[in-house]
Design a binder for this molecule. Structure first.
Ligand SMILES: *[C@@H]1O[C@H](CO)[C@@H](O)[C@H](O)[C@H]1NC(C)=O
Ligand SMILES: *[C@@H]1O[C@H](CO)[C@@H](O)[C@H](O)[C@H]1NC(C)=O
Ligand SMILES: *[C@@H]1O[C@H](CO)[C@@H](O)[C@H](O)[C@H]1NC(C)=O
Length: 392
């Protein structure tokens, strides 16, 4: 009896050990693959760093098409979807001339995200607040497609038309609003800018779950305009350098070899929020006319367009990628964007506006630098801004 119990116990122990080993091996393989693909992509990015193949393979006029030819004739027409909701006069003044627009701000949204849009309208996206308090002419519009579910489409569309009558800020095209159609949404933004707001000094593209500290952003854009090089040849955001394509079939970001056989993507900024100057927006527009839009990860597609046009992205430490900034007045001093917000934009907006009015002395600044260093430089579970952002 006693012997048999020990035997059973050992058996369970053995099985558990085996299971744990199996799990370690499986994840080790993943880990290993992850490490190898990053090493390959960084090596490529930092040693070779030539992406001439991009124009060769993605140019619709090129004979060196990569991938199945059948799809080519269709996909270059992406971005020529008709508008369902549009406001052609948004950037025109009362007369017929163009207004002097500092920033055209496109928020990428989805039909059902009404609450997010409302939060933005009442906070950082309030055009009249920006005009009266910051004297900044900013146009905020929402880019979206159609509800992907045909059964719900007409109901949602009626709600969207109502919403648009009230706020006149939805720019909608006739494509299904899905993850794999994000490139269509990107093309919408650059085409709309080219056609209806070409004079805007800057164009920003942002997710609808980010918070933008508009006073800081406007200050930064004005600094750029008064700097020597001026507001030209500029693309700023949270930069991904030498990222490898994701080859795991179960990932949202999976990209098959057919679509992109090379070890690394050209540099690109996180799509959560980035800014381009007007001349770069025009260049990207022209690139979208020339290049196939088969890459459905919109940030990468933007990277390809920019690379072909000779534009490279610049890092801004206060533009976050995926991370959410810590809630602290000392952080609000310099923050520009923070990702992963919903209804908390209202309290955050109030807090940042209050903090803007407040002036700190020397001691206050010292204190804030220490707080920022604590929040950003210690290895916490999440990071938004790099450690050096604490000291700038
Ligand atoms: C890209 O490729 C097209 C067609 O092959 C060519 O006409 C164009 O000059 C190339 N552009 C650049 C920037 O290399
Ligand atoms: C936008 O700001 C203006 C001026 O500060 C204010 O009167 C208005 O109520 C705000 N709009 C919304 C939707 O919150
Ligand atoms: C993108 O939108 C088009 C037009 O509505 C649709 O036919 C297509 O299936 C969508 N693609 C994806 C991947 O959802």
């Amino acid at each position: 009896m006693h012997f048999r119990r020990i035997h059973k116990f050992k058996c369970v122990q053995l099985m558990t050990t085996g299971l744990v080993l199996c799990m370690v091996m499986v994840s080790w393989e993943d880990l290993d693959h992850h490490v190898v693909s990053h090493m390959r992509s960084y090596t490529y990015r930092y040693l070779v760093n030539s992406y001439d193949f991009l124009n060769l393979s993605f140019n619709i006029a090129s004979k060196h098409h990569h991938g199945q030819d059948g799809s080519d004739s269709v996909d270059w027409r992406l971005g020529r979807y008709p508008y369902l909701l549009n406001h052609p006069g948004k950037c025109k003044g009362d007369g017929n001339g163009w207004e002097d627009v500092l920033l055209l701000l496109f928020v990428k949204t989805s039909p059902e995200n009404f609450e997010q849009r409302q939060g933005i309208r009442e906070t950082w996206g309030n055009e009249s607040f920006l005009l009266s308090e910051l004297r900044a002419n900013v146009k905020v519009v929402f880019a979206l497609g159609m509800h992907p579910d045909i059964k719900q489409r007409s109901r949602v569309q009626i709600a969207l038309q109502q919403e648009d009558r009230a706020y006149r800020d939805l720019i909608q095209q006739n494509f299904a609003d899905t993850f794999h159609n994000l490139t269509a949404k990107l093309i919408l933004q650059f085409h709309w800018c080219h056609e209806y707001c070409p004079q805007a000094r800057f164009l920003m593209s942002a997710d609808d779950d980010i918070f933008i500290h508009m006073p800081n952003l406007v200050k930064y854009l004005r600094q750029l305009m008064s700097s020597q090089s001026g507001a030209r040849h500029l693309w700023v955001g949270h930069v991904h350098r030498g990222s490898p394509p994701n080859r795991r079939k179960d990932s949202k970001y999976f990209v098959p070899y057919d679509l992109y056989p090379w070890p690394s993507y050209p540099d690109y900024t996180a799509g959560a929020g980035y800014v381009v100057s007007g001349d770069v927006a025009a260049k990207i527009y022209h690139a979208t006319l020339m290049l196939k839009s088969s890459i459905y990860i919109d940030d990468v597609y933007m990277g390809i367009c920019a690379n072909v046009m000779g534009v490279s992205p610049k890092e801004h430490v206060h533009i976050s990628g995926e991370g959410k900034a810590p809630y602290h007045p000392c952080i609000y001093d310099n923050m520009i964007t923070s990702h992963g917000h919903a209804t908390d934009v209202r309290s955050l907006w109030q807090a940042t506006i209050d903090a803007t009015v407040y002036r700190r002395g020397f001691k206050g600044n010292l204190y804030c630098t220490a707080v920022r260093a604590m929040l950003l430089c210690l290895p916490y579970y999440q990071t938004t801004y790099p450690c050096m952002a604490a000291f700038t």
